[in-house]
Design a protein around this ligand. Sequence first.
Ligand code: ZN
Length: 653
Amino acid sequence: MNKFYITTPIYYVNARPHIGHAYTTIACDTVARRERMLGVDTYFLTGTDEHGQKIERAAQAAGKSPQQLTDEVSAEFRKLWDRMGLTYDDFIRTTEDRHKKSVQQLFRTIRDNGFIYKGTYTGQYCVYDELYVDATEPGAPCPECGRPTETVHEENYFFKLSAFQDKLLHLYTEQPDFIRPETRRNEVMSFVRSGLRDLSVSRSTFSWGIPVPDDPRHVIYVWLDALANYITALGYGRDDDKLFHKYWPADVQMIGKEIVRFHCVYWPAFLMAAGIALPRGIVAHGWLLFEENKMSKSRGNIVRAETILDVLGTDALRYFLLREIVFGQDGSFSFDALVQRYNSDLANGLGNLASRTLTMITRYFGGAVPTPAAVDGTIADTARKVIQEFGAAFDQFQFSRALEGAWGLVAAVDRYIVENAPWALDEKKDEPSRARLGTVLYTSAEALRIVTALAHPVIPEATARIWAQLGLGEIRKFALSGLKWGELQPGTRLGKVEPVFPRADKSAIERMQKMEEQERTAPAAEAKPVAGPKVITAPAAAAPDGKITIDDFAKVELRVGQVKVAERVPKADKLLRLEVDLGTEVRQVVAGIAESYAPETLVGRKVVIVANLAPRKLRGLESNGMIVAASPEGGKAILAGFLEDVPVGTRLK
Ligand SMILES: [Zn+2]
C-alpha cells in the first residue's frame, strides 16, 4: 500500500512549546520527509490538545477565557513548527468544530454499540493528569505526578474497558509491533494482565470540554476527546471523510513514554468499541533530559527550541536530537554537547567534506564534475552498504544508528582525500595524475551526493544547499528509492560553492545559556498559564553543617494569603504595599516585587506569606510579614503559588 500516515501526540496547551515537544515533532517530520522522498503518499498530522479542567483553571488564574488562552498557546506551537519548517499536512485543534462534531459521533457510536453506560463515581481525582486515582484517602498523592488528589462525587458515563482485556492482550501478542520498543510493550502487557476497570469518560464538575451528545451537563473525558484527533482530523464521522478512508489506519503514531497507557490501552479499546481499524503501530520515545535531569517547570531547566534556532539553526537541533539520542531511550541535552556535536559532525564533518570537494572541483576542473578514470571500489562499496543499512535502521526508528553509518562514509571519504592528496596530483601536471585526480574528486563528490540525499530528511536546509551546489537542482524532487552509486553525471556544472555549516565557537554556548537565563528570569508574565511550584526560601537558624532540623523549619510559619489591595509605594521603584488576607486577619506587607508585577494583576492572587516574621519598617511603612518569591540571580522575583485551589490561611509545612 503506497500511503503513509504519521501522527505526533497533540500537545497540551498548559505549557509553552519547548525542545521536548520539538523532539517528537522533528522525529515525525524526519520520517514523513523520508517517506515522501521514497515516493509514498504521506500524511503528517500534529496539533494541540485544549480541553480539560487544568486549562479552565489556568485560564481563570490568568484572567482569561479558556478560548483566549488556548488560542494563544496553540498559535505559539504552530508558529514554532512553521519557523522550523516542519512539514505537517494538518494541524488539528480540539476546540475546532470539525473535531467536536467527530468526537460526538465517536461517543455516540461507542454508546450505541453498548460500551458506554451511566454510573456513579466517588473517589480521588487528579486535576493535573485528569485522572481518577485508585485511592481512598482524601488528598492522597496522585500515582502519576505526586500532586494531592481531590475528592469528587460524580454521576458519569463509563466506558466498558473491562470488556477489552482479552482482546487487547490478543492484539499485543498477535501484532508484536503494535507497541515499540519492547520495554514499553512489556509494561503495557503487565498492566493489562493485572486487570482493567471500566473507565469514566465524562465529567460534570467543569464545562471546558465537548458536551456529551444528548446530555450536555457532561463533557467528554479529555483523553477520549484528545485521542480521537487522529481520526477526526481526517474527517471521521463527517460527510467530508475522504481522507479518513484514504489514510486511516495510521502507520506510525509517535508518542512520549509517559502517555503509553493512553495510546496503547485506551485508544485501541475505544477504536475496537467503535468498530474502527486499529493503528499499525505506536512508537514511544524516551525523555529528553537536561544535563541528566528531567526538564520541568519546577526545576526551571526547560530549554526552548527558539534559543537553538537563533544561534545554530534548525538543522543543528534536528541533527543533534536524532544523532545523539538513541530513539526510545532517555537522552540528555546540554548546550556543550550540542555545540560539540555540531562542530564535529556538521561543521568539520559534512560541511567540510562538501566545501573541500566542491572547491577542488571548481579549482581543478572549472566547476564541472570530472569523469572518473576508474571506480574506486572501497568507497563505492562503503556507500552501497551505507545506503542499505541507513534505510533498514530508519525503518526501525534507529535514527542514531542510521546517521552514525552515514557519517562513517563522511569519515571514510575524508581519509580517502587525505591519502590521495588531490592537491599533489594537480601539481604533477601529467596525464596519469590528471586521470587519478578526476577519479578521486568524482568519487568524493559521488559519496557526498549519497550522504546528502540520505541525510536530507534529518537536516533538510543544509542538504538542499549542498545538493544545489552539486548542480543537482531541488533535492525534494529527488527519488530516494533510486539512490545508488555512480548516478552522478560527469560534466554536471556545480552551483555556487558556499560553506553550509560555519564553525561554532565557545561564545555560542554562552549566548544560548544567557538567552535561556533571561527567559527564565523574565517577570512571571501573566501570559504564563500555570503557576508551577516555586522555590521557597525561608530564613532559619543554620546548623554547623548548613542543615536545619524539622523543628527549626517549623518555627517559620508559612501561610496562604490572598491579596486584597496592591499599590505602588511612592518614590520606591521596587516596592509594593499589599494588604493580604490570612483568613484570620488582614496584614500590611511591603514587598520588593514592583519590577515583576503590576499591582492590579495581584489583587485576588493567592500568595505564600511568612506570617511570624517580626514587623519591620520599609520607607516608613510597617511590613507585617514577608511574601515568598523565587529570586533568581540578577533577575526579577517570581511569586510562589499553587496549581490547585488552596483555602486562605492554610499553613505550609
Ligand atoms: Zn497527577
